[in-house]
Structures are given as C-alpha cells and as structure tokens.
Ligand binder design. Sequence first.
Ligand code: FUL
Length: 604
Amino acid sequence: MNSKHLILGALLLSSMGIKAQVNAPAPIAPLPEARQVSWQKMETYAFIHFGPNTYGDREWGFGDADPKSFNPTKLDCEQWARVLKKGGMKGVIITAKHHDGFCLWPTMYTDYSVRNSPYKEGKGDIVGELAAACRKYGLKFGVYLSPWDRHQGFYATPIYREYFHAQLHELLTKYGELFEVWFDGANGGDGWYGGAKETRKIDANTYYDFPRAWAAVDSLQPNAVIFSDDGPGCRWVGNERGFAMATNWSFITPFAMPPGAEKQFMLQQGQPDGTKWVPSECDVSIRPGWFYHERENNKVKTPDQLVDLYYRNVGHNGTFLLNVPVDKEGLIHPADSASLIDFHNRIVKEFANNLLKGASVSVDSERGKAFGAKMLTDGNYDSYWATPDGVVSGTMNIKFKRTTKVNRMMLQEYIPLGQRVRSFVVEYLNGKTWQPVKMTEETTTIGYKRLLRFKEITTQRMRVRILDARGPLCINEIGAYYVPGAKDSYVDNTSEVQSLPFTVDKQAGEVTLDLGKVQPVKALYYLPSQANANPGLIDKYEIYVGNTLDNLKRVAVGEFSNIRNNPIMQEVFFTPQQARYVRLKAVRMVREGESIAYDKLAVQ
Ligand code: FUL
C-alpha cells in the first residue's frame, strides 16, 4: 500500500465518521542525526587520560617533558578493555594527544611521540593497540585530540593549523571506525613552545578552522559524533563533575551563548529554544584529577558516588563519559577497576526487575493501535505510545497485580522525532486519594532517558501525567523499580584534608596563614569557592613560608591547571620547612580583577 492508498483509506474512514490516525507524529525540530541517536544509546563509555603527565605527576604538562620519561613497563590495552567492558562501558576515548603535545601514536608529523619513548623501544602505538583491543572486546573506539599544544614551537602560527589537521587525518584514517572525536576547549596560553616558554593567545573560534575538521570527520568517519563545548555532535555539560541538570534539553544555539559562567550554566541544561540538536555529554574522572596520581589512590569515587552520578547524567538525558586513568605501569589500577565494576553491577541490579512487567499500563488517549499503551513496555526503542495531533498532554495509568513497593522510575521519549515533554507529575493512590510522589528534583524534561529516585511508596496504582509538551507525546518506554535499602545521598570525600590549626589574614591577591608557632610544613591545600560560577579562582600561584612575616621565602611556584573547568581541591607539596607563616599568593587570577576566594585552606 502506498501513501496515496493510506490517504484515500483515511478519507474513506473519516467520511464514514470513523477517525483513523495511523501515521507517526510529524517530527519536531531540532532533530538528531542517526549517529547521535546511536551514540546516545551507548549511555556509558570511558575516557582514558594517559601520557607524560602520568609520570610527571601533572594535570597539564607544560610541553617540555622528556619522551624518555614515558615508560610504561606492563602496558596492556587488553587489560583496559576487559576492565572497562566489565564496568559496563560501551566504548573508550583515549587522549591521543593532550595539551602537552606528546602523541601516543607514532605520528609522521613530530618526533614528540611514543616513537622516542622507551615503550616497546619506540615501536609501540598505543592508539593502535587500544583500537585493536576494543575490536576484540566489543567496545567502540574514539579519540581525543587537543587543539592546544604546549610543545610545538610553531603553535599559534598558520603552520600549526596544518599540523593539527594532518594529525587529525592520521587518527581518522589509521584506526578503524571511531564513534567520537573529542576536541577539548581548554586553551590556557602558557607553554614550552619549542623552548620559547611564553604565553600565546589565539582566537579559539577561528584559529583552528574547526569547520574543516568537522568536514574531515564527516567524510572519513561518518558515524562519529564530534564533541566540543558547543558541539556539533555533542556538547560539554558545563562542568567536569559528571552531571546534567534535571531539566535538560538536547538543544542549544551553538557559538551564541554569553561566555563564562552563564554559558556553563546553559550547557548544563540546554536551551529550550536552541536551534541545533547537541545533546550533553557528562565528563568526569573516577579520581579528582584526569591523570593518574599515586596520592589519589584512596580518592577513587565509590560505587555509591558513581551510581549517584549515573542517575544525574544518563538519568538526566545525558551520556556518562567516565575517565579511568591508566597508572605508571600502564594498567588500570585495582582501586579504580573494583569501584567501576561494582558500580556497573549495582546499576544492572537496580534496573533488572521492571515492576511493570505483568502490571497493566493504560493511557487516556492514543493515536491508533500502532501507537498504543502496549508500546510502553515492549522493550523496543522504535515503538512508542503517541497521542493524536494537537494532544500535548496525557496520562499513563499503572495498575500492579498487588500492592507493590516502588522507589525508582524510568521514562524515555522517542528522540528521533525530537524532544518534546516540558513537564510531568508522578502520582500514586494512597488509600483512596491520589497523591504526588515527592521528588527531590523537578519533573520537567524527559528526553532520551529520565530516571527518578524517590522515597519508597507502597501502592497498587500509580500514574504519570504529562502536563505539557512541544507537540503530540512520543513516549517509548516506562519502567518502575524497587531498590531495597537504597542510598540516595552523594558524599564528596575528595576534599577531606586534616590541617594544622591556623588563623588567616586575607588580602585581595594573597592569603597568609599563621600557624601560631614554628613547626614543620610540607604542603598547602586550596579548595576554590564552590559557589555558583566559582568566584576568585587562582590561575598562577607562588607559595612562601617563613618564621616572621618580613622574611618569607618562596618555596613553590606553578599553575593550578584546569581549575576553571574542574575546581577541585588543589594540592601543592614543597620541600619540608620549619615555618610559622604560609602565604599563598595569586600571581594571576583566572578572571582578571577578582580577589581570591576559597572554601577551604589546609596546611600539613
Ligand atoms: C579539560 C582538560 O583541560 C583536562 O585536562 C581534561 O582533559 C578534560 C577532559 O578536559 O578541558
């Protein structure tokens, strides 16, 4: 039957007074491309940060590390793949080149690579070895290529632009199919730059010629989604803590947001009137830093924390990009693998038993049989419940066979036709009255997936009322679950540091700690203000210590790498000293003109 017949049939039925509406609802823009839908369905995938920083105990290498320092002795990409697979990861993205410019593959375009490292006597290709391990273990593979390069002397000239595109071409053509290509937005300025050791500023919007890079990805890797702060394939979620807001639209208007904190806030929730489909990817490290640091072995996020994040990233219409760094030996550390695998087993368990199997689910209006209530629990993503044209609200009624305990729900929209739902409520029958289920967060958008946690209710009947949407409803799946003894609170254990007692004298550009008496000191800790937009961030610092205020000696100087995006506890260790005073001086603030702010300082 062709569409002409369908229309004739519908006309015939309507002339007989019978309403037939068998067509799918019209899509509502912005719409995802097929590759974005496949990517979103992956839900959880891993990041691997590995390179000279792993050996130099840094987060942002300056670009001057000796390639000889990169010396993994037990490196085994298959171990990484096995651990990640067991941890429920569907793919992995590797830092082929981080800001320090060192390449984990033997690129033709620089000798600053594995080719000049002791690894396999210069014969190794970590990008290639991981790509092969991924194929073997059924993981998808992606690459991170830092546009900013602190090593190359020609960085910030037109030559570097060609270098960047040539390297991208290598990565797009040598390693099989890629599911994602990651362009980091960080462009800090300072670097080694072939020995010049200076600050170089470029206009990140024009310098790299990103449209050319996107065109290369589109033609050479048509299934790959492109990450950058603004997309085009997926967007940064505006924080490096791994969560999206409860209200989260998969649209933004790229490159049109006001910069800074306002942009970061918008990225966390999308723009309801955005013009392009650019869903959020929630990146976070399983440890405080992105690279492996031995001192963080006891700061690996717990399974509880990872489960909590999962509810706030996958469950908030995002994807979960979880970084699991590789250690100095070249392996995923047992503390990380234990936590990751435990997390995955917990998630599998929490969603193993959909209480709606065997329950009755009915709806108040449907578009025809093919779009009926049955589609809500058939486990098929491509079938969905839809309301007739013009109907932008609707109710899903659930009747369990017997009184049932529930404390989790899952809702999914059929995103190939657009993201629609603006608000909904979940209610349950308590005795004879319908009551709202008390949620800890707003029940607004759904998108690809919305997970809800609430205090357990015991009931035989529940309902989800969709109150408003951008068009007819297209809900493809609904689930209800019970997790016994569920813990819902998130405890951030990464900023717990025991300090010597002190009093503080705070000026705009420096803080001085008085320990009351001379005693041994060896480290200063600084937790930036966690208030909205993180005011008062220090970029470059100096640390002074001494017995009297007029005779302080400089014991450390450096930068708080990546503090703007990841304002976690910063730790500076220096040669142990006898001192009464410790001074943290801001040589440069992240935002010029601000004075230092912090939530915690500690001395050891
Ligand atoms: C940031 C970088 O500066 C960090 O080092 C890390 O790679 C993170 C994923 O992105 O922008």
